[in-house]
Design a binder for this molecule. Structure first.
Ligand code: SOE
Length: 386
């Protein structure tokens, strides 16, 4: 008899959709000892929540997240709500002995992240922060090549995470643009991914210098139910103040001596989800572009002098590239949503074996410290050590 894992998901917008797809699809494509059950989905508005539950096959709905945490038949709490709710829900879930699948960024600030990490260290729950891009096969190939020394000593990390969905001044003041609900602007929303990838591929960061700016200082208030990530509907003409940064450009020193940069903005027309990095080392270089997420570019200094150049590796070979064996033949490609399936598969295995999954709350804390130091640096106009 297959054992099951009862999931309670809190939040049902963009991440709720990506996670529901992953919980459902994982056991169809991967042999899992623990099969996720979409037990209960939680949100504030019962009617759209019920529609969501019916579409995705969640067995029940609940409008009070606390009731979900208390249930004995809930094994995992999936936190897919805006970050101002992360701390309270994650704290309650860990204290109730639930395994936690937490969306990024982990919390509103490093103080909350520190407290969550201290609590989870004393528990035996599995804790994971969903930086899905670590589970893109081409990124896993980059990690493998770096660990095997293929690019030698790393000199530079250059990360760029650009989008363009709020460049229109008519886009309303959604929760992403208010400090009390988002904590940070693209620094927390996007550079969190870039910093996590840099920590995964290059190593920990010892100091940062950063500049931030705002381009649009006030926007019309949103129709809350009709608005979300990438989609906004104004409620009328009343306006409110944007209280987070619109762009953050940060440079950093890594503990291993490398020098890096992080550029993030949601005012880059044409860049839809441009999570991009370059890594330069003594023996070669790697380039990844999420908008071409099945590819990894590789420059090898050990190629014959007349034949050197960046070559594109298609990371779609079963047996060579992580996760691909469970999907399609070479060249048939995978997408954004597959990374979430990979995270679910690895998370359920970590729960079953009681082993660690990364990135976890420790990684979430380290990342928050870097992001927060960046905003501190921008405020003080000086380099900040971490
Ligand atoms: C919005 O910027 C967003 O949905 C991020 O919050 C996600 O983490 C990223 O994967 C896509 O864009």
């Amino acid at each position: 008899m297959k054992k099951t894992l009862n999931i309670a998901m809190i939040g049902y917008k963009f991440m709720g959709k990506a996670h529901s797809n992953a919980w459902k699809k994982a056991p169809l494509f991967f042999d899992m000892e623990l099969t996720p059950v979409l037990k209960v989905v939680c949100g504030r508005h019962a009617e759209p929540l019920q529609e969501f539950a019916d579409r995705w096959g969640w067995e029940e709905i609940e409008t009070d997240w606390r009731k979900v945490i208390e249930r004995d038949d809930v094994d995992v709490v999936d936190i897919s709500v805006p970050q101002h709710l992360h701390f309270e829900i994650a704290k309650a879930a860990v204290e109730a002995g639930k395994h936690v699948f937490l969306e990024k960024p982990m919390a509103m600030d490093s103080k909350q992240a520190q407290e969550l990490y201290e609590i989870v260290k004393k528990s035996d729950v599995t804790h994971y922060v969903n930086h899905n891009y670590r589970r893109c096969p081409a990124v896993r190939l980059a990690k493998k090549m770096i660990d095997e020394g293929k690019i030698g000593r790393i000199f530079h990390w250059r990360g760029t995470y650009l989008q363009d969905w709020i460049v229109d001044p008519e886009f309303p003041l959604t929760w992403h643009l208010k400090k009390e609900t988002a904590g940070m602007g693209p620094q927390g929303d996007l550079n969190s991914h870039s910093v996590d990838l840099a920590r995964y591929l290059v190593g920990d960061i010892s100091s940062v210098s950063c500049m931030t700016t705002n381009f649009i200082k006030e926007r019309t208030l949103p129709d809350e139910v009709a608005s979300g990530t990438f989609s906004g509907k104004s409620a009328g003409t009343a306006k409110g103040e944007v209280t987070v940064e619109d762009a953050a450009f940060m440079i950093c020193k890594f503990e291993n001596g490398a020098l890096g940069s992080f550029e993030t903005s949601r005012f880059a027309p044409g860049r839809k989800n441009y999570n991009y990095f370059e890594i330069y080392g003594s023996k070669g270089s790697l380039i990844f572009d999420l908008e071409r997420m099945n590819e990894l570019q590789y420059f090898n200094r050990e190629d014959p002098a007349g034949e050197q150049g960046f070559r594109t590796i298609l990371a779609t070979e079963a047996g060579e590239h992580d996760y691909i064996a469970n999907w399609w033949p070479p060249g048939h490609m995978i997408g954004y949503e597959h990374e979430f399936v990979h995270a679910v598969v690895d998370f359920c295995e970590a729960v079953r074996t009681g082993s660690e999954i990364r990135p976890n709350f420790y990684d979430g804390l380290k990342e928050m410290q870097v992001l927060e130091a960046g905003l501190e640096s921008a405020e003080k106009g000086q380099e900040v050590s971490i």
